[in-house]
Every structure is written in structure tokens, then in C-alpha cells.
Design a protein around this ligand. Structure first.
Ligand code: PEP
Length: 254
């Protein structure tokens, strides 16, 4: 178990083998920032290659099918992602929910399958803008978590991470206020403690995601209950991504 800040890059549908040089540079820098846990989720096609190159960073998948194997053209199971070198999987990302109509119930079956295959899970949640305007954002997010999480998880403090990503902040350059981030993360923490108990619920890291950049990382990461960041656009170059990691580690090489 690690209480180090967790900085995770989500490369989305970006990256050919030419991106391996960025992965190498991220890995080299991560060896100097030992106060921070750094990980990258490249597209499936690069998981094995990044895993082979990486000495320090963990490699993850961006999704998985809920099944183990079978007639599901184009899908990848958690077992297959693990076999390629993935240590974790991002599930329930809003782009999956929007582009592929993924329901909370489907996400829950994926979480179960991933944990069963030995992968750790980063479960995403986050409200659309209209829910925040209506003041229903907290209810929306907690309901997503309630329905997307299995009834029981062994050692959730080790195996589970939550990423709070307001949909309207993803890739837009907009972020909630620090007070708004603090309020949502406090609600998620209270939910986790109620579900998993004081000790384990207190250990699950809650990442913030949505337009995190080197310029705003330090203040966002200093908010209570923010245990790291899930980073999209700014994770595509080692330079910007590792400046976020540097901010997470108090701005010093360690
Ligand atoms: C994301 O999609 O997980 C994300 C946080 O994207 P961005 O950092 O580009 O807003």
C-alpha cells in the first residue's frame, strides 16, 4: 500500500510506437521522483512495449471487457491486459460512458472482472455540467459510485482508486474551484468510509482529473483528500507530465 501521491497519465487514443521515447523519458524522470507514484495507461497496442521499457512506472489499460474470453470481436479482457503487462485498468471513464453507452451496472461487472484478474482499478466518476448547475452533482457522483462498485472488495485501500473527473472539465481547460474540488472529494471520502470502514475507506486514493496541467497541479494537489491526478492531454509529453509529478512531490527531485 502506498500513500504517495498517484499521478496517472491516460493517453486515450493517442500513441504509436514513436511515443515509446516519451514513455522512456517518463520512466527515467520517475526514478528521480520517488515520493510520487507515476503510472501511464497507453492504448492497448502499446501496453506490452511500455511495460518492457519501464523500470519504475506502472502500466495500465484504459478499459476491459467484463468477460474472460470468447466471441467478442475487438474486445480485450482484463486477463489479456494483465498478460500484456498491465497492473491496473481505468474503468468507467466518461468517454467510455458517452461513446459506448456504458452503464454503471456494466462498469460494475468490469470492476469485478478486473479485480478477479489481479488488476488494480481506477474507477472514474464525474458529473455533466447541467447536474452541477442544478446543484445535483454530489448526488449524481455518489450514485455512480454506489452502482459501479461491487458490494465487497478485498483490501480496497490497495486495489481501488477513485478518479473524480467532472465531465465539463475534461479537455476543456476549465476546472472547478478548489473549494468545489474539496467538497466533492470530502463527500467521496465519507462514502468510501461508510462503505469500506474507517481504515480501508480512508486509504483509497481519490484522484482529481480534468484539465490538470503543470500550472495548476500544485494547488489542486494540495487540496484535502486529493491523492493525485488522472491526466489526459498533459500526459502526452514527458515534459508536461513529469512537471505535474514534480508538483506532486513538493517540487523537488527526490
Ligand atoms: C481524462 O480524460 O482523464 C482527463 C483528465 O483529460 P484532460 O486532462 O485532458 O482534461
Amino acid at each position: 500500500m502506498s500513500l504517495r501521491p498517484y499521478i496517472v497519465g491516460n493517453w486515450k487514443m493517442n500513441g504509436t510506437r514513436a511515443m515509446l521515447s516519451e514513455a522512456r523519458a517518463i520512466d527515467r524522470a520517475a526514478q528521480r521522483y520517488m515520493k510520487v507514484e507515476v503510472a501511464v495507461a497507453p492504448p492497448y497496442t502499446l501496453i506490452h512495449a511500455v511495460h518492457r521499457e519501464a523500470e519504475q512506472i506502472a502500466v495500465g489499460a484504459q478499459d476491459c471487457h467484463p468477460g474472460v474470453e470468447g466471441a467478442h470481436t475487438g474486445d480485450i479482457s482484463a486477463v489479456m491486459a494483465a498478460d500484456a503487462g498491465a497492473k491496473f485498468v481505468i474503468l468507467g471513464h466518461s468517454e467510455r460512458r458517452q461513446d459506448h453507452g456504458e452503464s454503471n451496472e456494466l462498469v460494475r461487472t468490469k470492476v469485478e472482472s478486473a479485480l478477479g484478474a489481479g488488476l488494480n482499478v481506477i474507477l472514474c466518476c464525474g458529473e455533466p455540467e447541467e447536474k452541477r448547475e442544478e446543484g445535483k452533482h454530489e448526488k449524481f457522483v455518489l450514485n455512480q459510485l454506489r452502482l459501479s462498485l461491487p458490494e465487497e472488495i478485498e483490501e480496497p485501500g490497495d486495489r481501488l482508486t477513485i478518479a473524480y473527473e467532472p465531465i465539463w472539465a475534461i479537455g476543456t481547460g476549465r476546472t472547478p474551484t478548489l473549494n468545489d474540488i474539496a467538497a466533492m472529494h470530502a463527500s467521496i471520502r465519507a462514502f468510501l468510509v461508510e462503505k469500506f470502514g474507517e481504515e480501508q475507506g480512508g486509504l483509497v486514493r481519490i484522484l482529481y482529473g480534468g484539465s490538470v496541467k503543470p500550472e495548476n497541479a500544485r494547488e489542486i494537489l494540495s487540496v484535502e483528500n486529493v491523492g493525485g491526478a488522472l491526466v489526459g492531454g498533459a500526459s502526452l509529453t514527458a515534459d508536461s507530465f513529469m512537471n505535474i509529478a514534480l508538483a506532486a512531490g513538493d517540487g523537488e527531485d527526490q
